[in-house]
Each structure stands twice: as structure tokens, then as C-alpha cells.
Design a protein around this ligand. Structure first.
Ligand SMILES: [Zn+2]
Length: 572
């Protein structure tokens, strides 16, 4: 319908023939109707090498139609055109977060917030305040706590919260999602006591008497998580609406979501209602690979707003929980090298799921953080290529685009494999300035040198896609850009950058957060740069990013977010 309207506009435009400069600077006559929206007085950074910089752009319907100088774009303005003055601010393609847990993040907006709790007292006080608003037996959920922030890095125990949650079970996630704290009521509902053995791939933390402390690592978290009642569709919809509002506020027009069936239904419902303001690439659990396979779904299946066809698996845990898997022991825990995720066991189990999925044209994205986990997945991809042969062709833009999620601490000898096998490094720059506070305590300086190795990966020809892992890190992409170009840890101890040789340029970081992420979801011909013909997903910032000192990037705010030609967010 939209294209019919545009076509009609072109046909009825009265002598709207003007000279428009297209990419490469060639002057070509173009007949066109007026733009619906023009942005001018902008520092347009296009992420399109054929025209990297511009001052204005014109949007018709949901597409970018022209990018150029103010003189060139003036011809697109007619009485019906909305004109936005960017006041010299940077204009970028809408950000695309390549790894979010959208429902977790969205739900947290209305749950207990412990991300900035730094003492036991504060932890308890916040849980108490939240529990007060609940009915008896309703779950206390949320968390995002980080014990590294507590005095002496004390691990919280159920005693911290039992007194304030006598009538409510509680489950509070550690910020990395690899550990959680249950209160006594929750342990009771889950049937976890001193006689419960550690499940494979998980640990029940215990006190000196052998009783569970309430903290459960990796697979052990599942013991409690499976007794938490799922949210109703109404609760889920309410949470996702709040998440979309947050995404608009920070300039995100696309997210790649670690999704499950209930929220995918809600995304479709919100799309039908005209409420979806970010495009979703839904990455579903690899354990369920047979469902899309039998339905004939391949990577990137869907429409401009909702796509799927990617599968997420886990190779290991996290550095913070000492479960990321390394070849050598942890420096501060010499008894362990980390853990394989349960999906990797027994040996070859992941391959048994990934190989048929790949053969069917589905995309594989595996979480791997420690050097051994990353190496194992690269080896598995190589094995799949050997067994399955060339990728199933689905047209010129398609192919096999394997991903590894996080890629935090890799062997320098594995840089090449990313480019050689075409594996996308889907990484979260904010984690580097967060974990960088204490990572060397865990893995030492030598291993840190190839941690968050953006520079080395790019120099070896690997493709980067940037995101946050929200709610593990804040959703705001500007914090990610700041982290990528400064590597300045949150504790202020590395103002020149933690492992500064791995910094990348602002232009490279922006590309990873836009075109790189689009590539990771097979949509680089539709979005990721401000190129005529692509979807009009645009963000206007309140500063000229390339002119301000790098440390100021984290303070930059989004002024407007435009998704599919529609202004979906305006500051104040
Ligand atoms: Zn994640």
C-alpha cells in the first residue's frame, strides 16, 4: 500500500524534476515527489563508503531516498514535508543491538534493581521495599547484582533477604545471568536442600555445614527457575512496551533478541497494532532446532520488522562466575578452568544439533567466553563445514554466517579462524570496561592481552557486530561506542584504556553497531547505513560525535529516533 502511494506521488508530481547528486558525486536528473521528512543542518555519518559524510537526507515513506548536501536535499522539500533541524548534531543509521535479552531487560524495568547496590544493607533494603508491594506468595524477581561491588566481594546469601521476604519466594539474578540468589522460600519450592547434588554444568553454593547458601551457578539456577510461574501474556506485553520505550530513548531501531515463543507472539501482536518501534531478529534456543527446521524456516525468514531463523547455544558460562572455560586454570581459583555448558555434554552433543540446523540453512550463534570454549566452537564450525559442504545458497546476499556471542577472552592464535571460517564476532564493548576492573585478577595479564580483541579481530579480517547483552549491560549504544574507543574501565583505573592496543576508532565502532550488526542478521542490504533505498532508520544525536573528546561520548543523548520513516522518539 505504501509503495502504491509513493508511486502515485511520483506520477502526479508537477515537473518535480531536479538535479540530485547520488553516490559518487555524479549529477543525474531525477524525477521525484516531495520527501515526507527531511533532516538538515546535520553531520551525517552514513556508514556508506560511497558517500561517508553528508549534511542532509530525505525520507519518503519508510525509505531513505536521498543523502547529500543541503543544496541537494532542498529539492525534496514541499509544503507537506516535515523538516528536522539537527543543529549540527551527528546523524547515524539507527543502532542495531546484536545481542539482547529483551524480555529480561524489559521485565527488569519494573522489578527489583540491584545493579548499583554496593552494600548488604542496600541490597536488603531494596528487596524489602519491593516485597512490600506484592501479595503473599508472589515472586520477588529482578536483581542484576554484582558481588564484586560489595565490600570484600562478599557473595550474597539467603540470609540477606529472608527476613524481609518471609511470605514471598525470591529469585535475584547476578548481572551476568550465570548465577542467582534464592531465598529460603524459593529453595523450598524448588526442593533444593543439603541433599541435592550439583546438577551437571552447575554448582549449588554451600556453607561450612553443607547447606545451600541460596546462590546457584549456571545449570543449578535452573532448579529454581523452573518453579517460577511464567508471566501472563498481559504482563509480558506490558513489560515489552516498557522495553520498546527504553529502546527508542537510546536510538535503537533494531535488536537481535534471544527469544522464546511467548514474546515472539507478543512482538507479532504489537506489530499488528502498529506499536513495534524496533525491528526484531529472534534468535531461539538451539535445543528447539527441529521446530524451525521442520517448518522450512531458514536464516533471516520474516519481514522488515520481525525475522527469525537463528539458533542460540551455550558453550560455557561467564568470567564473573568463574565458569567461562579456559585452557589454563583461573589465577585466583587454581582448582578450576571453568565449565562446559550442559549443552556441550556429552562431547559432540552441540554438533549433533548444529550440523542438521546448518544443513537446513539456519544460522548458528553460540555463546563462548573463555579461550577454550571459543576454540571448541571454531573447531565445531570447521567440522560442520567439512561435513555439510558449501552453505545452502539462498540468493546472493545469503550464505553461512556463523556467530560466536561474546568472544571475550580468546587465543591470539584463533584470530585468523574468524575470518577464514567467516565467523562473526558478536561482542559487547561495555563488558570490557566493566569486567576490565577485575578480569586480570582472574586470568592474569597475558590472557588479558587478547581479551575483547576488537583491534586484532578487525586487523585479521573478522566481522564485528556490537551490542550489549542487555540487561547484563545498559541498553544505551553510546556507552558501547564510548567503551570501544576508550576501553576506560568503570573504576577510573585505566583512563588511557585497559589493553589500549585493542581500542578501535569511533567510525569502526559505529560500523560494528550498525552495518556490522545488520550483516550478522542478513539485512545489510536493507539497513545499517544511510544509503538511498534502505529503510529509514535514523538517529539524531545532540552533539557532533567526531568533534568531542572520546570521554564525552558517554554523555551524548539521542534527540530523535526514526524507525521506518516515523519519528518514534523525541527528547523532552
Ligand atoms: Zn546473552
Amino acid at each position: 500500500m505504501k509503495s502504491a502511494r509513493i508511486l502515485a506521488g511520483i506520477l502526479t508530481a508537477t515537473a518535480a524534476v531536479s538535479i540530485v547528486s547520488f553516490a559518487g558525486g555524479a549529477q543525474v536528473p531525477a524525477a521525484h515527489g516531495p520527501a515526507d521528512l527531511v533532516i538538515y543542518k546535520a553531520k551525517v555519518h552514513t556508514v556508506d563508503p560511497s558517500r561517508p559524510e553528508a549534511q542532509a537526507l530525505a525520507i519518503v515513506g519508510d525509505r531513505i531516498r536521498a543523502v547529500g548536501s543541503e543544496d541537494e536535499i532542498r529539492a525534496w522539500i514541499a509544503p507537506g514535508t516535515s523538516v528536522l533541524d539537527a543543529h549540527g548534531g551527528t546523524v547515524l543509521p539507527g543502532f542495531n543491538d546484536s545481542h539482547v535479552h529483551f524480555v529480561d531487560g524489559s521485565s527488569l524495568l519494573s522489578q527489583v534493581h540491584l545493579a548499583d547496590a554496593t552494600t548488604r544493607e542496600e541490597f536488603t533494603r531494596r528487596v524489602a521495599a519491593y516485597a512490600k508491594g506484592l501479595q503473599k506468595s508472589q515472586w520477588v524477581l529482578g536483581g542484576n547484582w554484582d558481588h564484586e561491588k560489595f565490600p570484600g566481594a562478599t557473595m550474597p546469601t539467603r540470609e540477606w533477604i529472608d527476613v524481609v521476604t518471609p511470605d514471598n519466594p525470591a529469585w535475584l539474578d547476578r548481572y551476568d545471568g550465570h548465577m542467582g540468589l534464592a531465598n529460603t522460600a524459593a529453595l523450598k519450592l524448588a526442593g533444593v536442600d543439603r541433599n541435592t547434588p550439583d546438577p551437571p554444568g552447575g554448582t549449588i553454593l554451600r556453607d561450612a555445614e553443607g547447606n545451600p547458601t541460596g546462590a546457584l551457578k549456571d545449570a543449578a539456577a535452573g532448579l529454581v527457575e523452573r518453579v517460577i510461574p511464567p508471566p501472563s501474556e498481559e504482563q509480558l506485553t506490558r513489560a515489552i512496551r516498557a522495553g520498546l520505550e527504553e529502546a527508542r530513548r537510546v536510538g535503537l531501531t533494531s535488536v537481535q533478541d534471544i527469544s522464546h515463543a511467548p514474546e515472539m507472539r507478543v512482538y507479532q501482536k504489537l506489530l499488528a497494532a502498529g506499536e513495534l518501534t524496533a525491528r526484531f531478529y529472534c534468535i531461539t534456543p538451539i535445543q528447539g532446532y527441529e521446530a524451525p527446521l521442520h517448518a522450512g524456516i531458514t536464516a533471516g525468514f520474516g519481514n522488515d520488522w520481525i525475522r527469525t531463523g537463528a539458533l542460540k547455544g551455550f558453550a560455557d558460562g561467564s568470567l564473573g562466575s568463574t565458569t567461562a572455560l579456559f585452557f589454563e586454570p583461573y589465577n585466583d581459583a587454581p582448582g578450576t578452568r571453568g565449565l562446559f555448558n550442559a549443552m556441550m555434554l556429552p562431547e559432540g552433543h552441540m554438533l549433533q544439533m548444529a550440523q542438521p540446523a546448518d544443513a537446513a540453512g539456519l544460522q548458528i550463534a553460540i555463546h563462548a567466553i573463555g579461550d577454550r570454549a571459543i576454540h571448541e566452537i571454531l573447531t565445531m564450525y570447521e567440522e560442520i563445514a567439512r561435513r555439510n559442504g558449501p552453505p545452502r545458497s539462498l540468493g546472493p546476499a545469503r550464505g553461512r554466517r556463523w556467530r560466536i556471542e561474546h568472544v571475550q577472552h580468546l587465543l591470539a592464535s584463533d584470530y585468523d579462524a574468524f575470518a577464514r571460517l567467516g565467523v562473526i564476532a558478536s561482542m559487547q564493548p561495555y563488558h570490557a570496561i566493566d569486567d576490565g576492573r577485575w578480569a586480570e585478577k582472574r586470568i592474569g595479564h597475558e590472557r588479558a592481552k587478547s581479551s575483547y580483541a576488537w583491534r586484532s579481530l578487525l586487523d585479521h579480517g573478522a566481522k564485528l557486530a556490537f551490542g550489549t547483552d542487555w540487561p547484563v549491560a545498559p541498553l544505551n549504544p553510546l556507552l558501547g561506542l564510548y567503551a570501544a574507543v576508550t576501553r576506560a574501565t568503570l573504576d577510573g583505573r585505566h583512563p588511557e584504556g585497559w589493553i589500549p592496543e585493542q581500542k578501535i576508532t569511533l567510525a569502526e565502532a559505529i560500523e560494528a553497531y550498525t552495518l556490522g550488526s545488520a550483516y550478522a542478521e542478513f539485512t545489510e542490504t536493507q539497513k545499517g547505513s544511510l544509503t538511498p533505498g534502505k529503510l529509514a532508520d535514523v538517529v539524531i544525536l545532540d552533539a557532533d560525535l567526531f568533534r568531542i573528546p572520546p570521554e564525552k561520548i558517554k554523555e551524548v543523548k539521542v534527540v530523535k529516533t526514526i524507525a521506518g520513516g516515523r519519528i518514534v522518539y523525541s527528547a523532552d
